[in-house]
Design a protein around this ligand. Structure first.
Ligand code: BGC
Length: 458
């Protein structure tokens, strides 16, 4: 079918249905860690890399009762409908087979509090960090982890039977690729057999947890979050660029979407950035990032480059290109291949000075709206993250939060872009002209027109 070229209409008001959910997300380790007495493999990793977190930096301290509640309350005040939290395995089951009642109560209180603020909870069972004892047994390379994870799932399903949305594992492909193939995450392995074993086990672990939940809590929505960094060919006419792009999308996430599709009720995606792929014929090993900027990276026979689709070249503080048009492509891929409800489980930008975040949120929500107009059944969008936090091996440098955290005093300030997000969430509509005039710079308004033109005519 040939689509008619459409004019950009800035006066358009894009409406979401009343039951579409807007929210924000955190993971436990990033807001509660690190732990001086190691509880997780990440504590050990960070102790081995003392340059990542400096001793005088404080994180959001969600381990202190009251801190998390105050932040969640700010999200509720913005008009958000959902909060994603992790109920961390490494706190609840610090030693194999023994569950910590006090910690359990802490998370129960947090869930109850979130609900008392009128928000739904989406709970993650595992977001990267593993309990030390699990890591010592071989982490995802060990079959025991599958069994132990299943037991943890049964425990959670029993104790938190009223949580309606569940994520089994966050970004399994990143855990596997970064941890066992590229060596950038714990356990820092660079071995293809180790990677394949970890992949096999993590997919099995998802299936067993899903089966447990499905039988114990048949009404719960349960899924996985996939890292959906999206690749497009640098030169759409080059067969080599196109072939490499398909391969990279497949290795990076699509194979996980297929492998877990029989054990999810919705397709979950975390989307942050998109890149172009260029064939160069070089036989090189995978390198996720070539420099401190985060990108580009190398892959066998090619490399990734920043897309030049938005003329003002917007990017995050980490150098990640802002590519909302590729988010639209990723959503349409998920929709066309799986035809399940989609939940955007993370989307956000590291932007300390908050110059780019309003543009980022606005354009990514428009991408979702456009995908929904064309049939994608997107049910919810969670901004990453609720508050500035520990960005794994990048330490506290990158600032993703709707809430800015002062790392000396622990004080929080709501960023201006959070106001834009709150306006959209509470009205369930995007008044493009009004919001862009109020929140975007002139350059961003120009990029917005280019973006609208791109997705209208995609
Ligand atoms: C992870 C988050 C992380 C974010 C930004 C996602 O891959 O789930 O933990 O903070 O990306 O890098």
């Amino acid at each position: 079918m040939i689509r008619q070229e459409q004019e950009v209409n800035l006066q358009e008001i894009r409406k979401f249905s009343h039951d579409f959910k807007f929210g924000s997300a955190v993971s436990a380790y990033q807001v509660e860690g690190p732990n001086p007495e190691p509880l997780t493999d990440w504590d050990i990793f960070l102790q081995q890399h003392p340059d990542i977190v400096s001793p005088n930096e404080i994180g959001p301290q969600w381990n202190i009762p009251g801190k998390a509640e105050a932040d969640i309350q700010q999200m509720a005040n913005l008009g958000l409908d959902m909060q994603r939290l992790e109920i961390p395995w490494w706190k609840i089951e610090k030693n194999e087979g023994s569950y910590d009642d006090q910690e359990l109560q802490r998370y129960k209180d947090l869930v109850d509090f979130t609900r008392s603020q009128g928000m739904e909870v989406m709970a993650t069972m595992n977001h990267f960090a593993l309990p030390v004892w699990v890591a010592e047994q071989g982490g995802w390379e060990s079959r025991k982890t599958v069994e132990n994870f299943k037991k943890y799932a049964a425990f959670l399903a029993e104790k938190f039977s009223d949580i309606p949305y569940w994520i089994t594992i966050n970004e399994p492909q990143l855990v596997v690729n970064a941890g066992y193939l590229v060596g950038e995450f714990p356990p820092q392995k660079t071995s293809l057999p180790a990677m394949l074993k970890a992949r096999h086990n993590i997919i099995k672990a998802n299936k067993s947890a899903f089966d447990v939940f499905h039988s114990q809590l048949p009404d719960a929505e349960i899924g996985i979050t996939n890292a959906m960094t999206w690749y497009e060919p640098r030169n759409p006419k080059s067969t080599k660029d196109k072939a490499l792009t398909t391969l990279l999308n497949f290795i990076d996430h699509n194979n996980y979407l297929y492998a877990t599709n029989n054990a999810v009720k919705f397709t979950g995606g975390n989307y942050f950035l998109g890149m172009d792929v260029e064939f160069d014929g070089k036989l090189q090993w995978v390198k996720m990032r070539e420099d401190a900027e985060g990108i580009p990276g190398k892959i066998p026979l090619g490399h990734t480059v920043k897309p030049d689709t938005l003329p003002k070249n917007p990017q995050s503080d980490m150098g990640w290109p802002v590519a909302p048009q590729y988010f639209y492509d990723a959503l349409m891929y998920m929709h066309n291949k799986f035809k399940k409800p989609i939940i955007v489980t993370e989307n956000g930008i590291a932007d300390r000075d908050d110059n780019m975040r309003s543009f980022y949120i606005l354009t990514h929500l428009i991408a979702i709206h456009e995908a929904m107009k064309r049939g994608a059944d997107v049910r919810a969008y969670l901004y990453w993250s609720t508050i500035d936090n520990l960005e794994w091996r990048d330490g506290y440098g990158p600032k993703f939060g709707l809430l800015a955290l002062d790392q000396k005093t622990g004080e929080r300030t709501l960023r201006k872009s959070a106001e834009l997000y709150g306006r959209i969430a509470s009205s369930k509509e995007i008044d493009i002209q009004m919001l862009s005039q109020e929140f975007l710079s002139n350059d961003q308004q120009q990029d917005l027109i280019v973006f609208l033109d791109q997705i209208n005519n995609r």
